[in-house]
Design a binder for this molecule. Structure first.
Ligand SMILES: [Zn+2]
Ligand SMILES: [Zn+2]
Length: 482
């Protein structure tokens, strides 16, 4: 189970806003509705949060008994009527409005079972930009690995049973508002509210207005290429390039890769130092290309296809440790969910500036929020004449220093300064053994994954360790430390 982290000082006394789906997480039979708020606040207090808490309970309130509505309202819990199908979208749009009024630092809490399925894509994108703290509560534990890092999570029933903050119970709170999301109605009294819900007007409106059950993902409208913000303009740029997804085109001079990238960055106002590492099965890459890359200061890394993502990922993480933001990371890869979801998770914690390039436009928008994206071919084709001079200048200025290194990412401690040593290593017996070991362990983990699928079908707990699940375990560990 998730270990809840103590409040960081910047959030400890700030606002906490709670959006609560009463359908997913109902008030249990016989439970006093007036205890909901003090229980929630008591749980927050245990972690060191003492800021003002606003709570709104969403659901089909025609089904909620009057005494529960009264109990909630009397303890300052707002009640919102929604048609069941539109509860999530209503919660989400209210959350977006709240974010518009209340800049971070502050804490948001979702009490819902729909977080992984409904909220996570847009919320994970929003969270890559802004520093809101996130709490979650649910009645059913999701089996999907969540892309949203939270600082605290609770099971709904345990949350309600947690020792209530007695101060809240004794203090007099202003009675909260009642809303009807179908009609835009707002009032204070429970009697009037119930009368509204049973009115003909209300019924007609719910029939006439088909409910918007889908979220309105506000980040979908965000553009692609932005000018550099001042803090990024001269900061470092690190590039991890998957040569299998985005190869050097036939007949293209490898020495032009770096100047083409730097030219594209410059157009957007980025002029910081650029480091590039090219990943791929380098036994198959012609010498001429490797020499061309290395001579322009591009590092070359040998991997095999199945481990490229994890090697790029762990190198990215090592780089992050040495280079705190502001700085820019760029991925040249047709990023799959396997890669982009863990990175989106990490980005919500670290908030680097991010670029992407890919060989084709993804058919759906990535969960990663970027400040610039390019098609690989057009990135290489662009700005050549202008960048060529830039590149020549660089070479004459920096001379030997601009030579890239050669790494074997399968063997430990294989960093070569020149191509001949690298080639010698790649054709060595030691390397062949190591590569064979990787392929065998991959076959084994595929076999284990299959076992695990069968085990889950039989409802047996079984842990396997593929490269990607290792990444997820590592990430949840990472988020706890942050
Ligand atoms: Zn209404
Ligand atoms: Zn090797």
């Amino acid at each position: 189970m998730w270990r809840n982290a103590a409040a960081k000082p910047e959030y400890a006394t700030e606002d906490i806003a709670v959006w609560w789906d009463m359908n997913d997480c109902p008030i249990p039979e016989g439970y006093d509705a007036r205890r909901v708020r003090p229980s929630i606040e008591g749980a927050f207090k245990k972690l060191g949060y003492s800021g003002p808490v606003s709570i709104t309970a969403y659901g089909d309130q025609t089904q909620t008994p009057a005494h529960l509505l009264r109990g909630l309202s009397s303890t300052g819990v707002s009640v919102a009527h929604t048609m069941s199908e539109s509860t999530s979208s209503s919660m989400f749009s209210d959350m977006v409005i709240w974010r518009g009024h209340r800049p971070p630092p502050a804490t948001m809490m979702l009490i819902s079972n729909q977080v992984a399925d409904v909220f996570s894509w847009d919320l994970a994108r929003l969270q890559q930009h802004t520093k809101y703290n996130l709490f979650l509560a649910y009645s059913v534990t999701s089996h999907i690995w969540s892309v949203l890092p939270s600082s605290a999570e609770w099971l709904w029933k345990e949350l309600l049973m947690s020792s209530a903050d007695e101060k809240v119970i004794s203090s007099k709170l202003r009675a909260a508002d009642f809303y009807c999301k179908s009609c835009g109605y707002q009032d204070e009294g429970v009697v009037k509210f119930r009368k509204h819900l049973s009115s003909r007007d209300h019924a007609m409106r719910e029939i006439r207005n088909p409910c918007d059950w889908q979220l309105d993902p506000i980040t979908r409208m965000w553009g692609r290429n932005y000018q550099a913000k001042p803090e990024h303009a001269t900061a470092k740029i690190a590039v991890w390039w998957d040569m299998k997804d985005c190869p050097i085109p036939e007949g293209y001079d490898a020495r032009r890769v770096r100047p083409s990238l730097e030219g594209a960055f410059k157009k957007l106002g980025y002029s910081g130092p650029v480091s590039i590492t090219a990943y791929g099965d380098q036994r198959r890459t012609p010498d001429q290309l490797l020499r061309g890359l290395s001579s322009t200061g591009v590092n070359v890394a040998h991997t095999i296809p199945d481990v490229t993502y994890t090697r790029m990922y762990s190198d990215l993480h090592k780089w992050q440790k040495l280079n705190p933001p502001p700085a820019t990371m760029m991925l040249i890869s047709d990023t799959t969910d396997d890669f982009s979801r863990p990175l989106a998770f990490l980005q919500q914690l670290t908030k680097y500036n991010l670029f992407l390039a890919y060989s084709y436009r993804p058919y759906k928008m990535s969960i990663l929020v970027t400040s610039a994206e390019w098609l690989w071919d057009s990135l290489l084709a662009d700005t050549v004449s202008e960048t060529r001079t830039h590149f020549l200048q660089r070479c004459s200025e920096e001379g030997e220093e601009s030579t890239g290194m050669f790494y074997c990412k399968l063997c430990d401690d294989c960093d070569c300064k020149n191509l001949d040593d690298f080639r010698k290593h790649l054709s060595s017996k030691e390397h062949a053994l190591e590569e064979r070991r990787f392929i065998e362990s991959k076959q084994l983990s595929e076999y284990e994954a299959q076992l695990s699928r069968e085990a889950s079908f039989l409802n047996v707990n079984y842990r396997f360790s593929t490269e990607s699940s290792k990444m997820h375990i590592y990430l949840s560990d990472f988020s706890r430390k942050h």
